[in-house]
Design a protein. Structure first.
Length: 223
């Protein structure tokens, strides 16, 4: 899952990005409202963490612009303010939840998961996926095959969850990189092959096949 953080406090932004990345999210960061709106309209995200007091364009305006454009990505607003009016204004512009600074990272993570769960209940990106005897749950990050729980690293889970979202389709290496790594990543693209190999070893044979020159497909080997 991909998260956009729009926060001008760079230390806080780094801390949030590091914490969410450790949970397996692919995280992009913008430090101005203008940059955040640009990223949000150019790239697909599962959730946006949006500060209100931003240079260039405040969070209210960013949120309102996204909603006016028909973007329904869940938005968690952050602010140093503390008042009912601020919360009401944030929610009125289309935000889904609201968190006042200072806050606990544990609380933020719980709010993020709750928003994704809510979206999943509406058959969004967070819904549980089943492919044959494989079950992938993005919210609990639990994977089972044939009733047996499979332990994956955060990045292995991210790759598998993306393949499960596109089950039956051929997913290119570039698509997996775009979904699972931040847009600033300029490392070795063969990192995808490393994770695919690890997934095949842990999940067992037959589920993930290579389509030469095109990418990978996750499908029930029993058809």
């Amino acid at each position: 899952m991909r998260v956009l953080i729009v926060e001008d406090e760079k230390r806080l932004a780094r801390s949030l990005a590091g914490g969410l990345a450790a949970e397996g999210f692919a995280v992009d960061v913008a430090h101005t409202g203008t940059d955040g709106l640009h990223l949000a309209t150019e790239r697909p995200y599962d959730l946006i963490v949006l500060d209100i007091m931003l240079p260039g364009m405040n969070g209210y305006r960013v949120c309102a612009a996204l909603r006016a454009a028909g973007d329904e990505t869940p938005i968690l607003m952050l602010t140093a303010k503390d008042g009912e009016y601020d919360e009401a204004e944030g929610l009125d512009t289309g935000a889904d939840d609201y968190l006042t600074k200072p806050f606990s990272y544990v609380v933020l993570l719980a709010r993020v998961r709750a928003l994704l769960r809510r979206r999943g209940n509406g058959r969004g990106a967070a819904a549980e996926r089943r492919v044959g005897d494989l079950t992938v749950d993005p919210l609990t990050r639990r994977v089972t095959r044939g009733g047996r729980e499979v332990t994956l690293t955060a990045k292995e889970f991210t790759v598998l969850a993306h393949l499960a979202d596109r089950a039956g389709e051929v997913v290119s290496k570039a698509d997996i990189l775009e979904h699972g790594w931040d847009f600033a990543y300029d490392g070795d693209p063969n990192v995808v092959e490393v994770h695919i190999s690890a997934l095949r070893r842990k999940l067992g044979p037959g589920l993930i096949t290579t389509v030469r020159g095109a990418g990978y497909r996750l499908a029930d080997p029993r058809g």
